[in-house]
Ligand binder design. Structure first.
Ligand code: TXA
Ligand code: MG
Length: 327
């Protein structure tokens, strides 16, 4: 199969026909690129799992074009959903609700709940409005780093999907926050740009104590994720990071540091990929940095960030990328 990258606007009509005929299309979103199919067509949804090599027991997010469309996806929509929608939609927040009969079990991995999100990309919302709600996981090969450019997607899915809609670089850069509204207390299953504090401002209470890692309710979180193809470790301490780097060089390796800009001067001549400085910059750059590192180097040392707020969401992905290995 030939894989083409086409500007999102230019490729819109073709994307509508592909989705309607049960085929896959890669869509740009503000978080990461998604591998989309008609969420209401079981045969189409199966193709997503095949193309990604995704485990069947990991459910997909359904993307909608307007808030009211949630009613076709969810059996009951609590007031909390609308309160969150008012503040965060369209945007990087996914909400888990009881599923409606229209949603096939292929999407929910056999479960009775469904994850719903309204992406902040107007062209993609036009695509959904003109075709169907779209089920889409991140458009990477299963377990690899998530894609934040069309080129990243091409590297992973070349020959497995015919059309990649190019919407430029993703502005948020890590996957959406996943919030479960089916539990007694709303529970953050995956942290993201919409932080637990921001959600608590709207809902009053939210649980994120489970720290997502190990929370079985979001099955995707139990797999090793976001892993670069070369060994990687994280370090809180700059000196430890540099020492490990120098050791790697002496052993004949080609290491690289992925750190915030503030460490660049101290790093001196060492290979350095900058995360910028603000939490938002780190979020936007982390996946591209990991992909560049695995292409050009043999060992990756990533700066460990604090566990708080947006920085905590990036740190969640860093710890998964390094398989929990800290210096
Ligand atoms: O930003 C995003 O969310 C991107 C873009 C493309 O929208 N999508 C994305 O999808 O990251 P994926 O499949 O890579 O991650 C979805 C996460 C997984 O951890 C999955 O287990 C969880 O959401 N999830 C999906 N449906 C769920 C459900 N019904 N209950 C609990 N967790 C669910
Ligand atoms: Mg993913």
């Amino acid at each position: 199969m030939e894989t083409r990258i086409v500007g999102a606007e230019e490729g819109l009509d073709e994307a509508v026909s592909l989705i309607k005929s049960g085929e896959l299309v890669v869509i740009p979103t503000e978080t990461v690129y998604g591998l989309g199919a008609d969420a209401l067509n079981p045969a189409a949804v199966k193709k997503i799992f095949e193309a990604k090599g995704r485990p069947q027991d990991n459910p997909l997010i359904v993307h909608i074009s307007r808030v009211e469309q949630v009613k076709t996806i969810a059996r009951e929509v609590p007031d909390e959903f609308y309160a969150l929608a008012e503040r965060f939609m369209p945007g990087p927040l996914t909400v888990v609700l009881e599923k409606s009969d229209a949603v096939p079990y292929e999407v929910t991995a056999g479960g009775h709940t469904v994850a719903v999100r309204m992406p902040n990309n107007a062209i993609v919302r036009r695509l959904i409005a003109a075709s169907s709600p779209i089920a889409a996981p991140s458009a990477n090969r299963s377990k690899h780093v998530s894609p934040t450019t069309a080129a990243h997607v091409y590297d992973d899915l070349k020959g497995r999907v015919s059309l990649i809609l190019d919407g430029g670089e993703c502005v948020v850069g890590i996957e959406s926050t996943v919030l479960d509204l089916t539990t007694d207390i709303p529970t953050v299953l995956r942290p993201g740009a919409v932080t637990a504090d921001m959600i608590a401002e709207v809902l009053g209470a939210v649980s994120s104590a489970g720290k997502i890692i190990g929370v079985a309710k979001s099955p995707g979180m139990k797999y090793e994720h976001y892993a670069p193809t070369v060994p990687a470790v994280a370090a809180y301490d700059e000196d430890k990071a540099f020492a490990r780097y120098d050791e790697e060089v002496r052993a004949g390796g080609r290491p690289v540091l992925i750190m915030r800009e503030r460490h660049r001067a101290a790093a001196g001549e060492r290979a350095f990929i900058s995360l910028g400085d603000t939490p938002e910059e780190c979020m936007r750059r982390i996946y591209a940095a990991l992909r560049k590192a695995e292409r050009e180097y043999t060992f990756v040392i990533v700066e460990a960030l604090s566990g708080k707020g947006a920085e905590g969401s990036v740190m969640n992905r860093i710890m998964k990328s390094v398989g929990g290995k800290l210096l």
